[in-house]
Every structure is written in C-alpha cells, then in structure tokens.
Design a protein around this ligand. Structure first.
Ligand SMILES: [Zn+2]
Length: 108
C-alpha cells in the first residue's frame, strides 16, 4: 500500500499547487477595473465564476484523497463507503481516490 499512499500524496500536492494558483489574488488591478466598463466587468465575473467552479472541484478531489488515505490507514481502502462492497480494481485504477463504488457514486 506504500506506493499507493505515495501516489495519492503526490496527487494531493499537485492539486494543492493548482488550487493555490487558482485562488491567488490577481496580479493585475482587477478590483480597480470593476464597474468602470460593463463589458470588462462581465467577462471578469464570468471568468471568476468558472475559476470558482474549478477550485471547488479541486477541493473536492483533495477531500477524496484525504478520505482515501484514511481508508488505507484503517484497512477499508477498496471498500465502498456507502454499501461496503468492493469498489473494483478497474475503478480504483482510474480513480485511486474513489471512496464509493460506481453504483453508489452514480446515486450521488
Ligand atoms: Zn457502494
């Protein structure tokens, strides 16, 4: 499990860097330009929204990885959090941080 743990930790570090880059304050004077010209402000607001959505999905991935690391520690890695069945090698291969089986994940 050690290489798996390392894979997850590496992945989490990458995501944290990406998240930090996304949520860093803009380097150009975004606050100053707001409200001066409607077109600019709208574009900026839209960009901000999509950044927020991306940041949220990265945050969720980091939480998934944290959960997977806990599951490795308590020996439940590979078992579905919701129904207790095996998550399946193929799914874990594609999504090492998956904490639920396909069926339960699809249910939300
Ligand atoms: Zn399940």
């Amino acid at each position: 499990m050690d290489s798996l743990r390392q894979t997850l930790i590496d992945r989490k570090a990458e995501l944290e860097v990406e998240l930090g880059r996304l949520t860093a304050p803009p380097t150009t004077g975004a606050a100053v330009s707001f409200g001066k010209r409607v077109g600019d402000g709208t574009t900026e607001a839209v960009e901000r929204l999509s950044t927020t959505a991306t940041a949220r999905s990265i945050t969720r991935s980091i939480e998934d990885i944290d959960r997977a690391l806990i599951k490795i520690d308590d020996g439940t890695y590979g078992k579905c959090d919701a129904c207790g069945n095996d998550i399946g090698v193929a799914r874990l291969d594609a999504l090492p941080a998956a904490s639920r089986c396909v069926e339960c994940a699809a249910r939300g």
